[in-house]
Design a binder for this molecule. Structure first.
Ligand code: NAD
Length: 443
């Protein structure tokens, strides 16, 4: 089948490549000329395991193409995916300007029936807004073509996006139109062979499903961080508690790790947007408010520990930082907890020597060259000449360090671990102080 995808970010590019890989003819459209030029040249602008080969291979086979020409995109196919960004507006609501801009473009250029499939995360009611924009655009042109707007939210995880799109847990299709449903079933048939993963529902429920999923995951994290704070104050060990509750199948082990708070491009903005949606219908979302507040506080915890250790005297200190990305296997630093830590350390007059396996280019893009940030080429280079070490991303490469070497290298022999990577006895046995989340401090 022919497919057009508007937006070649984490969602659009991965989805486009995965659809091409099963044999569909995919044309990806983006307004970012540099990005499209790079993609045409076989350069993949984001880090996502397995994506480079998938894109390049399908490009060479002629099944995956890129353009900035929106008219060409609209003409290419009856099926048009929207996968553009929906960043938070100042009031926390989802900014729909990119989604609605594509809707206008579609109305301007469509020359026959179209099914607009919304993959961006958008508030309940957005499909109606997209429909209204397309209808108004067609009326302005004095033409009539049948069209439908379907909600098909995306659940991929950054860092595992290719596998998630190739083997989705579920495919939500929000539509009341049997013809649209049939087309989407045909499109997704290659991903639906093992057992039926397609869940069809009305458009508004599909739109809400995406927010409910992310809000639930954010709630699990904030809940566990709340328990971690309690554990610290009660002399308990949150890691023991985690294993103790995870063993109950009604709770499960997934997503109950305490840490430095959730980040990334989705959870913070989606929880905020859902709070905003609730308020619009005059409902006070007590639980969601608390999830967000706990997260906000948690993102400052590591700085507070470091600052307390130095008695508020961080000026002139050099902090080694392991991890910049908001989670492992991605270069994404949107709303990353590392940014709260970096900015607080700089404000307190400290310098940072940071290492991340893939996000250093992104850090440079965000912060530029500055005297108080040295980006170095390995975990050991980061600790050279540093007073202490802070860890914010649980990359594999940080999981089994040479503690003896760290003890020799770190001026103040201290590790502040925001991800609970180590058994506290290990650093302690090498004479290192170790502060983690929700566990008794060592020594
Ligand atoms: P992104 O910022 O990485 O990419 C968006 C792309 O859209 C950019 O390349 C931008 O240039 C392009 N764009 C903007 N306006 C355009 C236009 N008029 N025409 C064509 N292209 C245009 O965003 P993303 O992370 O891929 O997220 C896209 C949507 O998917 C968001 O709503 C997000 O909430 C949702 N989502 C993201 C993830 C994730 O893990 N990143 C997961 C599920 C859902």
């Amino acid at each position: 089948m022919k497919v057009t995808v508007f937006g070649t970010g984490y969602v659009g590019l991965v989805q486009g490549a995965v659809l091409a890989d099963v044999g569909h003819q995919v044309l990806c459209v983006d307004v970012d000329e540099k990005k499209v030029a790079a993609l045409k040249a076989g350069q993949i602008p984001i880090h996502e395991p397995g994506l480079d080969a998938l894109v390049i291979n399908n490009q060479q086979l002629g099944r995956l193409q890129f353009t900035t020409n929106a008219e060409e995109g609209v003409a290419h196919s009856e099926l048009i995916f929207l996968a553009v960004g929906t960043p938070p507006d100042e009031d926390g609501s989802a900014d729909l300007q990119y989604v609605l801009a594509v809707a206008q473009t579609i109305a301007r250029h469509m020359d026959g029936p179209r099914i607009v499939i919304n993959k961006s995360t958008v508030p309940v009611g957005t499909a109606d807004k997209v429909s209204a924009v397309i209808a108004a655009g067609l009326e302005q042109r004095g033409v009539r073509y049948p069209f439908d707007v379907v909600s098909n939210p995306e659940f991929l995880k950054e860092g595992a996006a290719v596998g998630d799109c190739q083997r989705p847990d579920r495919i939500i299709i929000g539509t009341g139109n049997p013809a649209s449903e049939a087309k989407l079933r045909e499109l997704y048939a290659p991903f639906n062979r093992n057992h039926d993963k397609i869940v069809v529902m009305d458009v508004r429920s599909a739109e809400l499903t995406k927010y409910a999923a992310n809000a639930m995951l954010a709630t699990k994290i904030s809940f566990m961080n709340e328990i971690a704070n309690l554990a610290e104050r009660l002399g308990a060990n949150v890691e023991a508690v985690r294993r103790g509750i995870g063993s109950d199948p009604r709770i499960g082990y997934h997503f109950i790790y305490p840490g430095v708070g959730y980040g990334g491009s989705c959870f913070p903005k989606d929880v905020k947007a859902l709070i905003h949606t609730a308020k619009e219908v005059e409902f006070e979302p007590l639980l969601l408010n608390a999830v967000e507040e706990r997260n906000h506080a948690q993102r400052h915890v590591l700085f507070e520990r470091i600052n307390a250790f130095y008695g508020g005297q961080l000026k002139g200190k050099t902090i080694a930082l392991w991890g910049l990305a908001f989670k492992p296997n991605t270069d994404d630093m949107r709303e990353a907890p590392s940014r709260n830590l970096l900015e607080a350390l700089w404000a307190a007059g400290a310098r940072v020597q940071a290492y991340d396996p893939v996000a250093m280019q992104e850090a440079l893009r965000i912060y530029g060259e500055r005297d108080d940030l040295r980006l170095v080429d390995g975990p050991l280079a980061a600790v050279q000449g540093a007073d202490c070490l802070a860890i914010v991303t649980e990359w594999q490469v940080f999981r089994a360090p040479d503690f003896a070497l760290l003890a020799q290298t770190l001026g103040d022999r201290m590790i502040f671990d925001g991800r609970n990577l180590y058994d506290p006895a290990l650093p302690a046995s090498h004479g290192l102080g170790y502060v983690s989340i929700g566990r008794p401090a060592h020594p």
